[in-house]
Design a protein around this ligand. Structure first.
Ligand code: AMP
Ligand code: GLY
Length: 428
């Protein structure tokens, strides 16, 4: 039977999902922005508020969806997967309650502690910002300050890295947050491992390293992610295969404690000199990280979705042994003062052998406009990270004015700095 899949979300991650499914299913999509790349791969694209469960369900019923994939966290948090399931449309993505693993950082840490999941840093949660400030004053060492709710990856402040303890306290006092997690600052290299999860199966994908900081050399404020790379093997150049497996075993232990979980479970890890620690979980693919792993996935994603729906074990995954480098083009001023609503030119003819994924842009009658979020990404796929990086860099010729890129992502210098960083930590 041919499946009709409704994809919820209009970012680069969802364009990558659409591309992976387009040949194997009849595809429809809905999002608040009209993503031209997704729209082109679909039978229909509806512009609607994707955090509005009724609107999504109405569209799913109208198009006769037999499956749905929910890409971003906001619709998951709003109960879109629950509403689709209630309407008889199987949704690959957790319900709002299970998505708390991402949407509530205080719950997430307590869950780890309660179930004895390895890799949990020392932490305390606070409802009073004054008590949190007093804890900062009395703590011997640096802390990460994490608002408990969703902030698009931009609400965390790390003392001793981005801010001083005085700045962290001022931030908390001015924030208006009602709950905050303070946890031990982890030092090392960050990486992501994403897994397909359903019916107790955990099927992992290659490790990816994202680049959160806005500017080259890891300077500036945190963003949703400026770009990312993966290697031709499952691990990354700065880690051993054993360390990759340590992250996988943490994901497996997590799913054991969440037996009903369905969807993508994303682990954000810090590889420290003492081993692998969990920075956070997400209840969905990463953006950009989906654009690294989906292009090298050989197993049809549709087979994962139907197995999940039908209560079967998920198929074993196979990946091409290829490295990938993804670079995002973002509006000038992103993330602090993004120039949304600017018309941009994307010369698709100049992309060459790279993949182009449109993100939070809006296609209107007279062209493509930026929103206040990331605009589009190019992904190079090659034998090595170097080769993939060169392919991605050449493809950036497609970008006209009005966007900014971190060119250093995936370049040999930066990858070597990651390796040297861990070596120096391990040597201490
Ligand atoms: P999150 O929103 O939890 O992904 O955090 C955003 C970023 O803050 C992470 O990607 C890390 O760079 C940083 N971060 C979060 N928790 C910690 C921690 N315990 N130690 C050091 N850095 C952290
Ligand atoms: N790239 C980080 C995220 O998707 O949360």
């Amino acid at each position: 039977m041919s499946e009709t899949v409704l994809l919820v979300g209009g970012g680069g991650r969802e364009h990558a999902i659409a591309r992976t499914l387009a040949d194997d299913a009849t595809l429809y999509a809905c999002a608040s922005n009209r993503n031209p790349g997704i729209a082109r791969l679909c039978e229909g694209f509806e512009t609607l508020d994707e955090t509005h469960p009724n609107a999504v369900v109405t569209y799913a019923e109208e198009v006769g969806a037999t499956l749905a994939v929910v890409g971003p966290e906001a619709p998951l948090a709003a109960g879109v997967a629950d509403a689709l399931t209630d309407a008889g449309v199987f949704a690959f993505g957790p319900g709002a309650d299970a998505a708390r693993i991402e949407t509530d950082k205080a719950y997430q840490r307590r869950f780890m502690r309660e179930h004895g999941i390895p890799g949990c840093p020392e932490f305390e949660t606070f409802e009073s910002m004054e008590e949190a400030c007093a804890y900062i004053d009395g703590y011997d060492g640096d802390l990460a300050v994490k608002p408990a709710g969703l902030t698009g990856g931009k609400g965390v402040k790390v003392i001793g890295d981005q801010v001083s303890s005085e700045e962290a306290k001022a931030y908390l006092r001015e924030s208006g947050y009602d709950r905050v997690v303070l946890e031990e600052r982890l030092v090392g290299e960050e990486f992501t491992v994403q897994a397909f999860v359903a019916n107790g199966s955990v099927r992992v994908t290659p490790a990816v390293q994202d680049h959160k900081r806005a500017y080259e050399g890891d300077e500036g404020p945190n963003t949703g992610g400026m770009g990312s790379y993966s290697d031709a093997s499952l691990a990354l150049p700065f880690m051993t295969d054993e360390e990759y497996r340590e992250a996988v075993s943490i994901l497996e232990a997590t799913v054991e404690a969440l037996p009903e979980y369905t969807g993508v479970l994303y682990g954000q890890f810090m590889l420290t000199a003492e081993g692998v620690r969990v920075i956070e979980y997400n209840a969905r693919f990463g953006d950009p990280e989906a654009m690294n792993v989906l292009p090298v996935l050989n197993t049809p994603f549709i087979n994962v979705l139907t197995a999940a729906r039908d209560g079967d074990p998920l198929p074993k995954l196979s990946f091409s042994p290829r490295a990938t480098v993804c670079k995002y083009a973002v509006p000038e001023g992103y993330p602090t003062d993004p120039a949304g609503g600017t018309r941009i030119e994307v010369d698709e003819g100049s992309v060459g052998e790279a993949l182009l994924f449109y993100a939070s842009v809006d296609e209107r009658e007279d062209g493509i406009y930026t929103t206040t979020s990331r605009s589009f990404a190019v992904v190079g796929v090659g034998e090595t990270i170097d080769e993939a990086e060169e392919i991605a860099e050449r493809a950036l010729a497609a970008a006209g004015d009005g966007v900014r890129v971190r060119h250093d992502i995936g370049k040999p210098d930066l990858v070597q700095r990651r390796i040297d960083h861990l070596e120096s930590l391990r040597g201490d």
